[in-house]
Design a protein around this ligand. Structure first.
Ligand code: ATP
Ligand code: MG
Length: 421
């Protein structure tokens, strides 16, 4: 037994799961590039103030979930709980406006939140996300949603819906907040403890509560409070999505957990995941860049959780057939066989063949067992006898068929066999 254990809420990712992770990361990158996005990598820790300001003082993230500590220089540091604030900081700090506007960026990496761990909810989790800076045009909202939909299709997912809402700009939202306050005023005593605080600080968040769901269901709709400008924007996003053939459901109870959203908000929800069903979520945030100190720059973005995507793929029985198994295992024993094995491994790897050469001192049968465990397609056996005759013994691990082949010819044989597999 190991003397040490993983920290609560973290996981080791290995084995079959790596295939899912790799597939998701590669697919997302391919789709982002198709839409003209460029990658950005930011540090995993930042000044605590960036998140206080960027994510919002009234959010659960800042109130309860941040990993904050003081470094040896006395600075208050926080492990990033989400990607957007860092990307916005980097966009401003590196004057990316000079690279042309609108600017499209994507990222992929670990995020940290001190949450109650459960399936699909971890303390270190991974998000892939993207941001578009420099346009408030509704076509950009629709394009981002269409891109996520493309990606989900490419991943093979079917069992999800897109929920769309608009929470308007400040003006509409202020009006709605008053209506909501009225609606909840006679229900206050019944609210959960968190919601009692939210009632004062951040009334919109009451719609997001996982406990008082009935009240939220019957609450007045924010869409009724949208002013003309917000309505036009929302209508235009919907029209573009229709033209793009992206199916969506308007859900006026979607408000999102972060403070920075304006107008469009959306979630991609999976039907097979139970409580942690939001795979991807995002929206427009036209004020964040200026709040973090940049010039006023409208923007829209989203993030999706890789762990939940893996769960969704599995729940839809999607098998990743990208085979990472070993092609050839080189079994060898004895000094001259070892040198020959090294030369053969070089030849095979130069041809792009996935090769595992025996690198420990042990007998033939234990090496064959290892080849089986690694699920190698073929074994190449080299002993004194093979070297004397200038041959190799070649074994098809699946059929068990074993033949002796001329040394000079066998690489071609392997290439041929792999091509026909
Ligand atoms: P939720 O309501 O599920 O807590 P959220 O509003 O906190 O989500 P965002 O901050 O918008 O979510 O994050 C976007 C996505 O990142 C989520 O939809 C989810 O897929 C993923 N995600 C967020 N928090 C976690 C976590 N603790 N563990 C795993 N994935 C997460
Ligand atoms: Mg959350």
């Amino acid at each position: 037994m190991s003397k040490f254990k993983r920290i609560k809420g973290t996981q080791d990712i290995y084995g079959e799961d790596i295939k899912y992770w790799d597939f998701i990361e590669k697919t997302m990158k391919k789709v982002f590039l198709k839409y003209g996005f460029k990658e950005i990598r930011t540090p995993i820790f930042e000044s605590t103030d960036l998140f206080n300001r960027g994510v919002g003082e009234g959010t659960d993230i800042v109130q309860k979930e941040m990993y904050t500590f003081e470094d040896k220089g006395g600075r208050s540091i926080t492990l990033r709980p989400e990607g957007t604030a860092s990307v916005v900081r980097a966009y401003i700090e590196n004057s990316m406006i000079n690279f042309g506007s609108p600017m499209k960026l994507f990222y992929n990496g670990p995020m940290f939140r001190y949450e109650k761990p459960q399936a699909g909810r971890l303390r270190q989790f991974y998000q892939i996300g993207a941001e578009v800076f420099g346009t408030e045009y509704p076509l950009s909202d629709a394009e981002v949603i269409c891109m996520i939909n493309d990606a989900f299709k490419e991943l093979g997912l079917n069992n999800y819906t897109i929920r769309l809402n608009s929470i308007g700009k400040k003006e509409s939202r202020e009006e709605y907040k008053n209506i909501l306050k009225n609606y909840y005023s006679d229900k206050f005593d019944d609210l959960c403890e968190d919601c009692k605080i939210r009632y004062e600080n951040n009334i919109l968040r009451l719609l997001d509560c996982k406990i008082d769901t009935n009240y939220a269901k019957n609450a007045p709709s924010i869409l009724e409070s949208l002013n003309h400008e917000d309505k036009m924007h929302f209508d235009s996003v919907k029209k573009h999505l229709e033209t793009m053939d992206v199916p969506f459901i308007v859900d006026d109870k979607i408000v999102r957990g972060l403070d920075y959203y304006t107008q469009t908000v959306f979630e991609f929800i999976h039907e097979g995941l139970g409580a942690q069903s939001t795979l991807a979520a995002g929206g427009r945030y036209d004020n964040l860049v200026s709040e973090i100190g940049g010039n006023s720059t409208p923007a829209i973005g989203f993030a999706m959780g890789i762990e939940r995507l893996v769960m969704a793929l599995k729940s839809e029985n999607i098998i990743i057939d990208d085979c990472e198994d070993i092609d050839v295992y080189i079994v060898n024993s004895g000094e001259s066989a070892e040198f020959e094995a090294v030369r053969i491994a070089r030849e095979l790897r130069d041809k792009g063949i996935k090769t595992f050469m025996n690198i420990s001192k042990r007998g033939f049968s234990s090496q064959m067992k290892h080849a089986n465990k690694l699920n190698a397609s073929f074994a190449v056996i080299i002993g004194e006898d093979e070297i004397d005759k200038n041959i190799v013994t070649f074994k098809d691990m699946e059929s068990g068929e074993q033949i002796q082949v001329e040394r000079g010819w066998f690489v071609n044989l392997i290439l041929e066999k792999l091509a026909n597999k």
